[in-house]
Design a protein around this ligand. Structure first.
Ligand SMILES: [Ca+2]
Ligand SMILES: [Ca+2]
Ligand SMILES: [Ca+2]
Length: 321
């Protein structure tokens, strides 16, 4: 029996939309915006979805095993990827609306272990199927499946998303990621700190601070910040810069924007999470800082409260040391 992934049978030829027609259609807004490369797209529970995330493989894959390996080496929000399983009409429709119904993509359905016994690589149960008419036909031994099959000559073509079995695959696959559990935590902490010495290369107007954070839960530890002072007036100035929490098991960086009153010493700043590592990797959230600096202290000592909310993917945490 000849098995060659490159010698695809006659069925491989399919109907293509002429490029000019496609460009015109896009310009006229006829075609929906399709996800391309980039971050995975979620089939949101609010839309009746399973919460899973989907994206195209970052490169063409050389057969199913290469796709499985490549998917497992990618992660999204701490979850390893796998080649897509299509378990329902809804999942099929979501994939077509997200990635289009024209281009062939490898899916993780195969009968290579037992001819005719089609199984999902993920081990999820077979049930829903969306074969194009006359498929799967095992033409010259075909054990791998693609979606978006469009028969030349089929009346009206196949519906978008229809599957066909092929002898192999050299092209893009769709990857799927389970949805990690996200847990959000209110922050209500206190901090005490002072100015910190400049570092080599600091530009004029850069102010550094360090502080210890107590009662911060996930953010218990220290902060280091570097703020650029802007818009000075007789009564105060604004500042912008990054503040990074360092805890036993994580870092969290917040891009802050604030003001300091040089008459009273009161300051306030707020910002969103822009970076994180360790146990807090993937965190999102917003924090506000309010406090007062002791203007009589040359060390620039201050006290503050830190409030806000930090949301973390527990799925990611569970997989990290
Ligand atoms: Ca799936
Ligand atoms: Ca087969
Ligand atoms: Ca076939």
């Amino acid at each position: 029996m000849v098995r060659s992934k490159h010698a695809l049978p006659r069925e491989f030829h399919r109907r293509r939309m002429p490029v000019v027609v496609m460009i015109v259609a896009i310009c006229m807004g006829v075609l929906p915006a399709l996800a391309a490369e980039g971050d995975p797209v979620q089939w949101a529970p609010a839309d009746g979805g399973n919460g899973h995330w989907y994206q195209l493989s970052p490169r063409p894959v050389d057969g199913l095993d290469d796709a499985i390996e490549l998917a497992a080496s990618t992660t999204w929000r701490g979850q390893p990827g796998y080649v897509v399983s299509i378990l329902s009409e809804g999942e099929k429709d979501f994939l077509v609306s997200t990635f289009g119904g024209e281009t062939l993509y490898l899916i993780a359905y195969t009968d290579r272990d037992q001819e005719g016994d089609w199984l999902w690589v993920s081990g999820e149960p077979s049930g829903f199927e969306f074969w194009a008419s006359g498929e799967p036909n095992d033409y010259l031994d075909e054990d791998y499946a693609v979606m978006n099959w469009q028969h030349d000559g089929a009346p009206g073509g196949e519906p978008p998303g229809a599957w066909n079995d092929l002898g192999g695959w050299d092209g893009l696959a769709i990857f799927e990621y389970d949805n990690p559990a996200v847990s959000c935590h209110k922050i209500n902490a206190k901090g005490a700190g002072q100015g910190a010495p400049p570092e080599a290369g600091d530009p004029p107007g850069l102010v550094r601070t360090v502080a210890q954070i107590r009662g911060g839960g996930h953010l218990q530890g220290t902060t280091e910040a570097a703020f650029q002072i802007t818009d000075p007036t007789p009564t105060g100035f604004t500042f912008v810069g990054d503040l990074t929490f360092t805890t036993n098991r994580a870092t969290l960086t917040v891009a802050l924007d604030g003001t300091l009153n040089v008459v009273t010493g009161e300051f306030a700043a707020s910002g969103t999470v822009t970076g994180s590592t360790g146990k807090l990797e993937g965190a999102s959230g917003t924090l506000t800082f309010e406090g007062v600096q002791d203007l009589a202290d040359p060390a620039g000592s201050f006290t503050e409260t830190v409030k806000g909310e930090i949301c973390v993917d527990l799925g990611g945490n569970g997989k990290r040391e």
